[in-house]
Design a protein around this ligand. Structure first.
Ligand SMILES: [Zn+2]
Length: 91
């Protein structure tokens, strides 16, 4: 049986394959961005592809958690807006 590594959502702690999550990475320049494809390297955090988890990680109880994990400041509004847009676009 193939071993499938599981990732954890930083917002709700749910575990799933990484393809089920949005991934944010810290670039070598110390900027947080949403990884375009799962192969992009860098320290990363995962978030469920739903509005609840995304908003909680940036505005609610878990505000600041992405920045905490990546150890750099996050442009919250920019990232949040992009993620919400991606959720809207996904089927
Ligand atoms: Zn989640």
């Amino acid at each position: 049986m193939a071993f499938i590594p599981l990732r954890t959502c930083v917002s709700c702690r749910k575990k799933a394959q990484k393809s089920d999550f949005f991934r944010m990475i810290r670039t070598p320049k110390g900027i947080v961005k949403i990884a375009d494809d799962l192969g992009e390297n860098g320290r990363g955090v995962y978030l469920c592809k739903n509005r609840e988890c995304v908003e909680r990680a940036f505005q609610g109880k878990k505000k600041g958690i992405v920045s905490h994990f990546l150890k750099v400041p996050v442009e919250t509004e920019v990232i949040l807006e992009k993620l919400v847009q991606m959720i809207k676009l996904s089927p």
